[in-house]
Design a protein around this ligand. Structure first.
Ligand code: OGA
Ligand code: MN
Length: 305
């Protein structure tokens, strides 16, 4: 059988010999106004979430993939550092799940960051082996079905971030109930897939990326539809909404970041005792917080109760 259209494009962009040029990576993005401004959110709470003033955000929609939005200028430098710190220091710890426990490199009650900090021999075995952490309703990698028995509390700051971004950009409510935090290194990829585990696919999917850049390949409903590459840089927010919510997509390539905004800090983040190891990690990695609403508005569990 012939490889699908998505797969052959994926292979092309994965190949390091094919140097992508900036024009082909962003020329199909058209500016679009934001949906609303927030009168009821204090400057302090925006700052606590690492956000810039939403009037400064720039929203783009893809010409060929309606509903695929890229939002830039969302985070301050300190804000980028804040979320990188959350992904490196805090989220890879129980009750969240990670890829290293099932293969015996961490025990179920261990915290990845603490092990890296305290045991240098084990650090070298696991520091760049962390690939994913799941939050809230834990993604089931085999069945792709969520269950009320595999759910832990969703981080409040990340839920609040999503609620604000969804409201400013789409004008809609959003309840963050499941997330995959992906960790990528120089030759990591994520192949073409759709995210269809969520009963509520009317709600958009919100994706936040920090650290190294990526080529994100967005296709259509079928693996045979043509796909388009987009360059995603640190601090960018990708929203898969409307007709793009269920589109095939993947990341064929990680590229070194052109700038390191998370190193140019103003405030308290400077004094973070974890700063050296956080900076060491992100200088050669990309983190992506991929957040979904699972339930329909008003529902508290998958049973609808
Ligand atoms: C995912 C995903 C894309 C990215 O986690 O489902 O598609 O940009 N991630 O890392
Ligand atoms: Mn996905």
């Amino acid at each position: 059988m012939e490889a699908s259209m998505f797969k052959s494009q994926f292979k092309y962009y994965r190949n390091k010999a094919n140097k992508p040029n900036e024009r082909e990576l962003g020329s199909c993005l058209t500016p679009r106004p934001t949906h609303g401004v927030l009168n009821d959110i204090s400057e302090q709470s925006l700052k606590d979430l690492g956000l810039t003033d939403p009037t400064q955000w720039t929203v783009f929609e893809h010409n060929q993939h309606p509903g695929l939005l890229v939002v830039k200028n969302v985070f301050s430098n300190d804000g980028q550092y804040y979320w990188i710190h959350r992904c490196v220091v805090d989220y890879p710890a129980p009750p969240n799940l990670n890829n290293l426990s099932p293969i015996g490199l961490l025990s179920n009650d261990e915290n990845w960051y603490d092990v890296c900090l305290n045991y240098s021999a084990r650090k070298s075995a696991i520091f760049r082996k962390l690939r994913w952490v799941t939050l809230g309703y834990h993604h089931n990698w085999d069945t792709k079905v969520y269950s009320d028995d595999r759910r832990s509390p969703f981080p409040q700051d990340l839920a609040r971030l999503c609620e604000i971004v969804a409201r400013v950009v789409t004008g809609c409510g959003f309840s963050a109930e499941a997330a995959i935090v992906n960790y990528y290194y120089h030759s990591s990829t994520i192949s073409g897939h759709t995210d269809h585990s969520e009963p509520n696919v009317d709600a958009p999917l919100l994706s936040f990326s920090f650290g190294d850049s990526a080529i994100f390949l967005i296709g259509g409903a079928s693996h045979d539809d043509p796909a388009s590459p987009i360059l995603i840089e640190s601090g960018d927010v990708v929203i898969m909404s409307g007709p793009s919510r269920l589109s095939v997509h993947g990341v064929p390539r990680i590229l070194p970041a052109k700038e390191h905004p998370w190193e140019q800090l103003n405030n308290n983040a400077k004094a973070d005792p974890h700063r050296d190891i956080v900076t060491e990690f992100i200088s050669q990695a990309r983190v992506n917080m991929n957040v979904r609403q699972v339930l329909f508005p008003g529902e508290k569990t998958l049973n609808g109760h």
